[in-house]
Design a protein around this ligand. Sequence first.
Ligand code: DAH
Length: 353
Amino acid sequence: MTNMLADELNNIRLSALPAIAVADAASLEELRVSLMGKTGSVTQLLKSLGNMEAEARKAAGAEINQLKAEITESLATRRAVLDAAALEARLAAERLDVTQPPRPEPAGAIHPLSRTMEEIAAIFSAMGFAIKDGPDIESDWHNFSALNIPGHHPARAMMDTFYLTGGEVLRTHTSPVQIRTLLNEQPPIRIIVPGRTFRSDHDATHSPMFHQCEGLVVGEGITLGHLKGCLTDFLSAYFDVPSLPVRLRSSYFPFTEPSMEVDIGWNKKTGEIGGGTDWLEIGGSGMVHPNVLANCGIDPRQYQGFAFGVGLERLTMLKHGIADLRLFYESDVRWLRHYGFSPLAPATLHEGF
Ligand code: DAH
């Protein structure tokens, strides 16, 4: 090894190692590049080995590699020190003070429609009903045919259906969940189905997406008297009017026979539910059509049932004096704060609503 090379190695060692030992993250990287990078000084020396005689190369190579190893090690040592310090600093800066009091932000509120569903679920649970749901996208068969509404039937035109390209529909009512339940369960059946429904209809009293609650009871010896008693109990509990007048008015639905509209007594002028002499329609109902039971493999000579469907926006608007159905979906925070319910006070029957 020449003296010149020995001097050079020494110079590099004497300037590089102390500099590395005190470098910050940025200058450490600069040092690494200037020493070990493609054109770094140590790299250059290694390249120069190629021009040496075999003997000289051996000795010089050993020395240069020794320096390279020392530098590599001190770079790694310094890097570890810097990384540990950076982590410490981050941990200190991001420390959470779990003893801090909560920020005084307004709590969220339960949407009035969700509240209505909770109340209905509480009332019907107390009467032994199970709560079911079903898909928003339905087959034509579940939404219409199985409910005794065949393809050519004018009742299909009663519902402004959203058809999907695959032939399915956005369910126009919660009634298809009657079918899903009858196919999967044996009587006695007692269910309610609160959920979203869809029709291509839009004005102050209609929204393309709205909510219904279906009810279905199937068993032996079920009569229209059970239907009326059940609806009367439900509606008096929901509106908190002990002797709420309930009227069943003859009507037509393909999936019930006989079919009836459900009206409650109210005062049209004041909006008071249960007072006055006016009637207000709040849903449809009837005795389950034997064809519907038979379509689902249930023998209509052995089992009877009743069903009903109510509009949840309607029930909510009446109970809380909400004038325009569109307000439900506008997500206006001021409106939601005013009409919303505390999440800490869930709907339970024994406390009343
Ligand atoms: N599915 C009907 C509608 O959306 C409502 C309805 C009427 C449901 C009578 C029922 C029923 O279960 O028995 O207009």
